[in-house]
Ligand binder design. Structure first.
Ligand SMILES: Cc1cc2nc3c(=O)[nH]c(=O)nc-3n(C[C@H](O)[C@H](O)[C@H](O)COP(=O)(O)O)c2cc1C
Length: 389
């Protein structure tokens, strides 16, 4: 494992220290840095807790956000930042039934209802852009899935008519790769038009960009496969295009080094991710978001050193097992101690609309219930988790 990557001068510390000096006294109720205001790009955040993106499958079959999504996100507006769920930038990239989209005007109108509600409740929001690559099915998207190489995901995938065997994805042509980059940029434009403060490019959890990063899913022999510099190329091109479309301050990137979601395998994370972060760092995006970040692993220090900007860390809490009784607060504080600037939590926000208050005051947390409704359904298990009286 190579942990000797030279540390880059930090962009994050400048912003954080400047804010801390003037705003530490605004910290409310707790000395924990989690509840101190900070800055992210041009945003001023009320605290360092980020609601992690979570697919909840409440959009229409056409990808238009349902009005109950406005209620759900507005209920959670006390998060310093909400990263809204994975949203497809084009039709072929759609993964699962009822996931939202952002590739036509009806999607912009639908999302506008959501961002208006969150803004009215005092919140700030980015939108995650996700192309599924091989994670998708013709019965869901109406298109044959495309991927770096014809390497299918093992097993089955949920479609509108139930579980189906995964199909062998078609290898993307270079023209399709160029079109995909343009689709991400156009989707970012639409997200801003829909009222989002920015977008998070999803290069994690086994979806298209992650598939390009791993030599197990990427067998290409052109400029997008083989060497590390070739495998990181698409993610860098997408982030560059999105930065050019809406400005670096409005762009985040999510990565999941070594995470096995969606049958991913990676055996060279120590080469791929430092190279990726060095290339991305030059584009100065607003933040990097790392999934299942573990401050005890040397990789965490490697990533921190390779990335000069703000780092959002998503702690490695038991998965899928029950959350710790503190909802992840201790793990979050350890990550801040270890150099993260913000911390994202997923399931604790899902079950606790007022999570920030509960963590700050030590109030008990709602347990997660209706797990069968995490990825399907209406209000039950979605907007009916109670806030404190
Ligand atoms: C219901 C659900 C849906 C999720 N959907 C997404 C998603 O759309 N995009 C993403 O990057 N991660 C997704 N995740 C992963 C979360 O963002 C987060 O990384 C994970 O839940 C671990 O954080 P936690 O332990 O605080 O829940 C999802 C997780 C859950 C529970």
């Amino acid at each position: 494992m190579s942990t000797d990557t030279a540390a880059r001068p930090s962009r994050a510390t400048e912003a954080t220290e400047a804010t801390e000096a003037t705003e530490a006294t605004e910290a409310t109720g707790s000395d924990s840095p989690l509840f101190r205001p900070t800055r992210l790009g041009t945003l001023r955040l009320a605290n360092r807790l980020v609601m992690a993106p979570m697919t909840r499958n409440r959009a229409g079959a056409d990808g238009v956000p349902d009005p109950i999504m406005a209620t759900y996100y507005a209920q959670r507006a006390s998060a310093g930042l909400i990263v809204a769920e994975a949203t497809t930038p084009n039709a072929v990239g759609a993964t699962y039934p009822n996931i939202p989209a952002i590739h036509d005007e009806s999607h912009v109108t639908g999302w506008r209802r959501v961002t208006d509600a969150v803004r009215a409740a005092g919140g700030q929001m980015f939108l995650q852009l996700q192309h599924g690559g091989r994670v998708g099915h013709p019965e869901t998207s109406g298109h044959h899935p495309v991927a770096p190489s014809p390497v299918p995901m093992p097993g089955t995938i949920v479609t509108p008519s139930g579980h189906r065997e995964n199909v062998v994805p078609r290898e993307m042509t270079e023209q399709e790769i160029r079109d995909t980059v343009a689709d991400f940029a156009a989707a970012a434009h639409r997200a801003v038009a829909a009222g989002f403060a920015g977008v998070e490019v999803h290069a994690a959890n086994g979806y298209l960009l992650h598939q390009f990063l791993s030599r197990h899913t990427n067998h290409r022999t052109d400029g997008y496969g083989g060497s590390v510099v070739n495998r990181i190329r698409l993610t860098v091109e997408v982030v560059r295009a999105v930065v050019e479309a809406i400005g670096a301050d409005r762009v985040g990137v999510r990565i999941a080094p070594g995470v096995t979601a969606n049958a991913m395998t990676e055996d060279d994370v120590d080469e791929v991710y430092p190279a990726l972060l060095h290339a991305l760092d030059d584009l100065r995006p607003a933040y990097l978001h790392v999934v299942f970040a573990d401050p005890d692993q040397p990789l965490f220090r490697t990533l921190r050193n390779a990335w000069s900007g703000p780092l959002i860390a998503n702690p490695a809490l038991p998965w899928p097992g029950p959350l710790p009784a503190d909802g992840g607060r201790a793990a979050a504080e350890r990550l801040l101690d270890a150099g993260a600037d913000l911390v994202s939590l997923g399931r604790a926000f899902l079950a606790n609309p007022d999570l920030v208050t509960r963590l700050r005051t030590g109030a008990p947390l709602n347990p997660i219930r209706d797990t069968h409704l995490m990825y399907v359904g209406g209000e039950t298990g979605y907007t009916d988790y109670p806030a404190l009286g």
